[in-house]
Design a protein around this ligand. Sequence first.
Ligand code: M5T
Ligand code: MG
Length: 309
Amino acid sequence: VRVGNLMAFLQYASMILIALIMLAMTFVMIPRAQASADRINEVLLTLPSITDPKEPQKDSGLRGYVEFQNVTFRYAGAEKPVLEDITFKAKPGETTAIIGSTGAGKTTILQLIPRFFDIEKGTVLVNGTDVRKMAQKELRAKIGYVPQKASIFSGTIKDNIRFGKEDATDEEILEALETAQAAEFVEGKENGIESDIEQAGANLSGGQKQRLSIARALVRKPEIYLFDDSFSALDYKTDQKLRKALKKTTDDAAVIIVAQRVSTITDADQIIVLNEGKIAGIGTHQQLLAENGIYQEIVASQQAEEESA
Ligand code: M5T
Ligand code: MG
């Protein structure tokens, strides 16, 4: 009998204990849930800082012009501006290259063209119109942007390219792949453009991903092309072939290329040397090589690298 009493006591005691622990846990969860709910509300109530003008300006009739006038920009909350007094022009049919060390602000310059951020001073013009006076949808329809990090989604190759243009036909897709030098490896796959891509492009190489993301921009047939370091994972020969093919399809468009390798941009119409957010020089490869110290340094360091490799 005594053992029975003891057992019953232990059972009840542990049941009470468990209930108490559960209660304590609930009290721990309440403030956490409260904090999460607050944050969710904050996000839902955030108003976008980039808004369309009430009366967007009409199309100027120009095509493929990009201009920066004394642009200064800082990221929200940053102490120092990342870009200072940037002035340059890109015209249709011309290639403008941007080179400079990491963190110089190259990506930031490209992102100001589709107005991902608003600037602090100066003006960004597309086809002669201030980007803040244009409807965002119209502005972005003019631009084909290949970001520095290629984002590839799970789905077929076709789905991935169509992300650039929803109603692209198979022909248009094949044409874009051809120019992007991706046709060969796509056609080598069992199902061609219907082949499946794994999540984040896990079954593709870095260069294959880059070329698909280039094809995605090409299929839009935009008037302004922005390539952010989009040729870095390609071997020298493919890089050259791609740029040659690009030249043909982009002959009446403005092309702005951010590059690490000097060899990618030697034939650009103008090269902008960016140094710590400021323009250190603009010119052709020959001009800069003759007179720009920073450009000479970049070229020399790449030659040294090649020799040691
Ligand atoms: C230029 C800073 C970054 C750097 C400078 C994207 C981003 C950048 N920065 C921020 O403070 N917040 C941001 O959201 O801006 O950066 P970048 O334009 O990305 O430089 P880059 O493209 O020339 O560099 P890389 O490495 O791609 O060659 O100081 O901290
Ligand atoms: Mg960058």
